[in-house]
Design a protein around this ligand. Structure first.
Ligand code: ATP
Ligand code: AMO
Length: 466
């Protein structure tokens, strides 16, 4: 009989029934020679299985065999559902299985490179255990990442990547319902799309090429191609040189581009509604995951307003100035001043999610539209969670000659982007858009301290495996 019951659905209504489950042997414990207890785990749910010697049903050899299984092996367990006399510690399900048959489907090595119980402990828990003189190994980040397949089995990591998946779902659902078309743009392109040096160069059958630093050029070209509103979820490549807690060499970009009728606030309206819907949905539909992540990495729920706060860059500079932080009014914020402004905004407006707009033109990419009223500023914005950037966006220059001028002024070789510039010569609607770093959203929503925790297989300047 191949009808398996999922561990997560084992409950009291199945009392006295025979069930078959497949899962991992999470822990194994022999009690004398006649009994063994194991915890079987499947997709985050755990159930206790008891193997005890019984005439004609379970032999002593079988008890011995079970007790000698290696942790994390995959097993099939067939047995009768029972209600234990006392609640079981260390298992999510209230019932237990009295085992009749057990098969090992795939054996794990006897010694694993990571002890999953240690890897799942919170820092506070580790401190307490060490104080109590317990023997344990603190699993450092490199060890985790080198053995990522094991590391992602911990409950917090299962939560993190389910939350990430949900963010992608909401992004797609929300934008589709607003009339955006999902597109897929090339990742092999002829020139850098963002300017600057952080570009991976490669040889494309004898021609110089690079990995796309963003879908910027092609998402704008798709607007010239009359889609009206587009979005894309795809890989973005940045040849970052230094190590920070928030930069990867490859990340997942959530990109949006849309026609605008009058003002770049139309783009910020989409950011506002999309993210309020996203945060609401995460709090509502990912409760269990958020709790699980918080158990290992404690964090406060994100504070956000029903209507997202918008401040101009000048207002931000003024707030910083009043707090004693001097910023070049036509320069950029650095990591420290972004953090500080995040604090000030929280104190004054009670939100950890806000939009800062009208950035100085000089610190924005070449395709950014200057402000009509004061060309030292631009129709652009960044969006912050807990004082760190998750989004950049702007209205774009849609006049080919002006775009050429801007690209040249920013030191870009216009030959490499000539097809992009030409696409504005056939009638181009005013438009704008934004790009979101998915890993940053997960990191900052969950108050995590490193972007490597929210990338399944992170790529940084020293890491290209696993
Ligand atoms: P993006 O590059 O997409 O704009 P970002 O978050 O990297 O996103 P930047 O504008 O590059 O934002 O940088 C903002 C600030 O972050 C910089 O002023 C700088 O202080 C800091 N920063 C950026 N890159 C690095 C880096 N590689 N190492 C250290 N600090 C950095
Ligand atoms: P930008 O370069 O600001 O804008 O990137 C958009 C967002 O992507 C995330 N991000 C990163 N995440 C991880 N590692 C990195 N190295 C990294 N660099 C950026 C951030 C950032 O806010 N074309 C524009 C967007 C637009 O205007 O539509 C762009 O790429 O969350």
């Amino acid at each position: 009989d191949f009808r398996y019951t999922q561990v997560g659905s084992l409950a009291e209504h199945l009392k006295d029934q025979v069930v078959l489950v497949r899962g991992r042997a999470q822990t194994l414990r022999a009690v004398g020679k006649k009994m063994a207890f194991l915890v079987v785990r499947e997709r985050g749910f755990t159930v206790q299985a008891v193997v005890s010697e019984q005439a004609d049903v379970v032999s002593r050899q079988m008890v011995k065999y079970v007790a000698a299984l290696n942790k994390e092996s995959i097993i099939d367990v067939q047995g009768i559902v029972c209600i234990p006399a006392e609640p079981i510690k260390g298992a999510s399900q209230k019932v237990e299985i009295q085992v009749r048959k057990l098969y090992c489907i795939s054996r794990a090595l006897p010694t694993l490179p990571i002890n999953l119980e240690d890897a799942a402990r919170s820092e506070a828990d580790i401190e307490k255990a060490l104080e109590a003189g317990e023997q344990l190994v603190r699993v450092n980040q490199d060890t985790r990442l080198n053995n990522r397949v094991l590391d992602i089995r911990t409950p917090a990591n299962q939560g993190i990547f389910r939350i990430q998946s949900q963010i992608g779902n909401i992004f797609r659902q929300f934008l589709s319902s607003e009339g955006f078309v999902e597109i897929h743009t090339p990742k092999l392109i002829a020139g850098s799309s963002e300017g600057g040096s952080a570009v991976f160069k490669l040889d494309y059958k004898g021609q110089p090429a690079c990995l796309a630093q963003s879908p910027q050029l092609h998402k704008q070209m798709s607007i010239c191609g009359d889609f009206g509103r587009v979005f894309e979820i795809g890989p973005v490549f940045r040849a970052e040189d230094s190590f920070t807690h928030r930069h990867l060499c490859e990340f997942t970009g959530l990109d949006v581009e849309m026609e605008i009728k009058k003002h770049y606030s139309e783009v910020m309206d989409i950011v506002d509604r999309l993210f309020v819907a996203m945060f609401d949905s995460l709090n509502e539909n990912c409760k269990k995951e958020l709790e699980t992540v918080g158990r290992q990495y404690p964090f406060e729920p994100l504070k956000y307003l029903r209507k997202t706060l918008r401040l101009t860059f000048e207002e931000g500079v003024q707030m910083l100035k009043e707090a004693g932080v001097e910023i070049d009014p036509l320069g950029d914020l650095n990591t420290e001043s972004e953090r500080k402004l995040g604090q000030l905004v929280l104190e004054k407006y009670g939100t950890e999610f806000y939009i800062l707009h009208r950035y100085p033109l000089a610190v924005r990419p070449f395709y950014t539209m200057p402000c009509y009223d004061s060309p030292a500023y631009s129709n652009s914005f960044d969006v912050f969670i807990r004082g760190e950037e998750i989004i950049s966006g702007a209205q774009r220059v849609h006049v080919a000659d002006f775009l050429t001028e801007r690209a040249q002024a920013c030191g870009i070789d216009v030959k490499t982007i000539s097809t992009y510039i030409d696409s504005f010569r056939y009638g181009a609607p005013p438009h704008g858009g934004f790009g979101v770093g998915l890993e940053r959203v997960v990191m900052l929503f969950c108050g995590l301290n490193n972007i490597r925790k929210t990338s399944l297989y992170p790529r940084d300047p020293l890491r290209i495996a696993p």
